[in-house]
Design a protein around this ligand. Structure first.
Ligand SMILES: Cc1cc2nc3c(=O)[nH]c(=O)nc-3n(C[C@H](O)[C@H](O)[C@H](O)COP(=O)(O)OP(=O)(O)OC[C@H]3O[C@@H](n4cnc5c(N)ncnc54)[C@H](O)[C@@H]3O)c2cc1C
Length: 585
């Protein structure tokens, strides 16, 4: 590649005086943001991340300590702490109503108000530093654009964190107690900010080039343009609309583009002030994530696992895998079936808790066949005559632990379809404690499980487990309602009757109903269900929700409203904690 010859210092080029190196250094020293000093903006970016993670870690530690203290001594929290928690939770739970979000979702995963506010603050932080200081360009030949330098260092500071946020096993998640699937929103948001800063950097440097010797005036211009290619690909191809069309294809191309991007970026920034440090940190994070993941995968599969797979009458796949692995309620694993699609791995949630014995455990999964891998697995089972056994590689367990529910006085557990896999182990754990079947302590004295299914057939596999779990417990202690939304397809199993729901909001009249297990026709009004329990139950209440996007969104916003009622003093419960899970990101 031929670059224009550098103009002679002390001469004129296209009417511009070209200073000597000493003149340029003296000029920059007399103005803000001298080239060498601009690295401070990278430090500002790091401080931003460090402060955010620190606050998240302190809040996480407080809640861990508070739950342990409560479980050990039954102690209560002060009014001021409860109000502060209610405010924090309102911000953390509130999200856009699904009716609006569904139009945005193809382009952007919105997350909660807290995540949106954090990203909006980060956007303002970057924009403020870049554009708020209006010294954007130096005169031609007097040095790099300060705007381009500020955005460059802010973009560099984001790079290692961007990779941490992408990993299944990552330290930010460990410190802040946040599951990797929830950090995905921040990974996508920080990626957007990195792209934004990179574009500002590119634009500013292009303006500088155009004023001097053109858009290809040196090798760093060439490497910069090249690095922009994979970055554009990474950001555009990752938009939810493309990602959801072919997730596995997206994943491989994403990984490939990441490697190309890091390689081209390396040539663009190498030896520029302290940019090597950011690159080494990024490589280290990348290598750490890869090594830890592979190490665990290897360790987990030293003993080979075999999955027994059968289809239910509704087409859902029911998987059973004997294992010695331990897990906690609400967690999931990532499964890879070498005999079906060896290059793909997919997350599925353990639908029952691990037993307390040291003996071999049964992992049980309920899988809804979709178009891709799950569809291929379903076809394999059908071809085998309705059931088959397949070797499976297990990675995990991942995700937040549902054991936290033991620290609450009551629990409302809401599941839509296969979302029961997330909620049922929490239910089983709490109910077992009520029957004193567990050595550990639980404060939960009241549990209500609402499982919404299209047809009763979907629920068949778990009905016996649920009925066994609640036997001997009263209606005051535990209530289970399976709500069947497609009446014409429903049929009863083992004599369970399907009753019509009389209430307008889809809930049966609890005052007339003393059975703690019922199958009903109808669709619950989740918002009024959450609201009414918060007005009936005293003490600390916990809600778990897992289901389709609209289901989770309704529950999150209903819980956010209860937080406002707690703040206003109009709720009966003192506290409401929500753990929601969505089978996508
Ligand atoms: C934490 C978690 C737990 C889950 N637990 C269960 C469960 O217990 N039962 C159940 O039926 N489903 C569960 N899912 C959903 C399940 O993983 C997807 O339905 C499955 O991966 C779809 O595969 P497919 O190739 O058939 O999908 P496709 O038909 O190709 O795509 C359907 C959807 O699944 C998404 N998807 C595809 N592959 C993946 C992947 N590897 N990771 C994440 N999303 C993907 C796509 O983006 C798309 O939105 C869970 C998902 C997550 C994130």
């Amino acid at each position: 590649m031929h670059y224009p010859d550098s103009p002679t210092p002390g001469s004129y080029y296209n009417g511009h005086y070209v200073p000597t190196s000493a003149e340029r250094t003296a000029y920059q020293a007399a103005h803000i943001d001298a080239w060498a000093k601009s690295i401070k903006y990278g430090y500002y970016g790091i401080y931003f991340f460090a402060a955010t993670i620190f606050v998240g870690a302190v809040v996480n530690l407080y809640f861990i300590w508070e739950r342990r203290r409560r479980l050990a001594h039954g102690s209560t929290t002060s009014l001021i702490v409860r109000k502060a928690a209610a405010f924090g939770r309102w911000v953390a739970y509130l999200r856009l109503p699904y009716a609006i979000d569904r139009w945005i979702a193809p382009l952007y995963t919105t997350g909660s108000l807290a995540q949106t506010m954090l990203l909006a603050f980060a956007f303002t932080f970057c924009t403020g530093w870049c554009f708020g200081i209006t010294y954007w360009y130096r005169p031609a030949f007097w040095g790099s654009s300060p705007l381009g330098l500020r955005s460059e260092w802010l973009a560099m500071a984001m790079l290692p964190f961007l990779f941490v946020l992408a990993q299944k096993r990552n330290l930010i998640g460990t410190f802040t107690g946040t599951a990797y699937e929830k950090l995905q929103v921040l990974h996508q948001g920080v990626a957007g900010l990195h792209f934004y800063m990179s574009l500002v950097h590119t634009g500013a440097m292009a303006v500088r080039g155009a004023r001097e010797q053109g858009l290809m005036q040196s090798s760093s211009y060439l490497t910069g343009w090249i690095a922009l290619g994979p970055l554009v690909w990474l950001c555009v191809a990752s938009l939810p609309v493309f990602r959801s069309k072919a997730y596995e294809g997206f994943w491989f191309l994403h990984l490939f583009a990441v490697i190309v991007y890091l390689t081209t970026l390396w040539y663009h920034v190498v030896d520029e002030l302290n940019s090597n440090a950011y690159m080494y940190a990024t490589f280290a994070v990348f290598a750490y994530g890869f090594t830890i993941r592979m190490g665990w995968l290897l360790y987990r599969n030293l003993t080979l696992h075999t999955a027994h797979i059968e289809t239910s009458s509704t087409g859902a796949l029911l998987l059973t895998v004997p294992t010695r692995m331990r897990w906690t309620p609400g967690q999931h694993v990532v499964l890879r079936f070498p005999g079906v699609r060896p290059l793909e791995s997919h997350p599925f949630t353990m639908a029952l808790p691990a037993s307390s014995s040291e003996e071999e455990q049964q992992l049980r999964f309920m899988v809804l066949p979709r178009d891709g891998f799950t569809g291929a697995l379903a076809r394999k089972v059908v071809q085998a005559g309705g059931s088959t056994s397949q070797r499976v590689l297990i990675d995990g367990p991942f995700g937040e632990s549902g054991l936290t529910f033991r620290a609450y006085d009551s629990a409302l557990l809401l599941a839509g379809g296969t979302g029961i896999a997330h909620v049922l182990p929490i239910f089983t754990d709490l109910v077992a404690h009520m029957k004193s079947e567990q050595g550990s302590r639980s404060l939960c004295s009241r549990v209500e499980l609402i499982w919404v299914v299209r047809t009763i057939g979907v629920a068949e596999w778990f009905i016996k487990d649920i009925q066994n779990a609640i036997s001997g417990l009263s209606h005051q202690q535990v209530v289970v309602r399976i709500m069947v939304t497609t009446e014409e397809n429903s049929g009863s199993k083992d004599g369970d009757s399907i009753d019509d729901v009389k209430d307008a909001d889809g809930q049966e009249d609890a005052t007339n109903d003393t059975s703690n297990f019922r199958v009903l026709n109808g669709r619950p009004d989740l918002a009024s269900l959450v609201h009414s329990r918060s007005q009936e139950w005293s003490g600390r209440m916990a809600v778990s929700s897992c289901g389709p996007a609209s289901f989770t969104s309704d529950v999150c916003n209903a819980c956010a409203n209860v937080e406002l009622n707690i703040l206003a003093g109009t709720a009966k419960c003192d506290e409401l904690f929500l753990s929601s899970s969505l089978y996508s990101w």
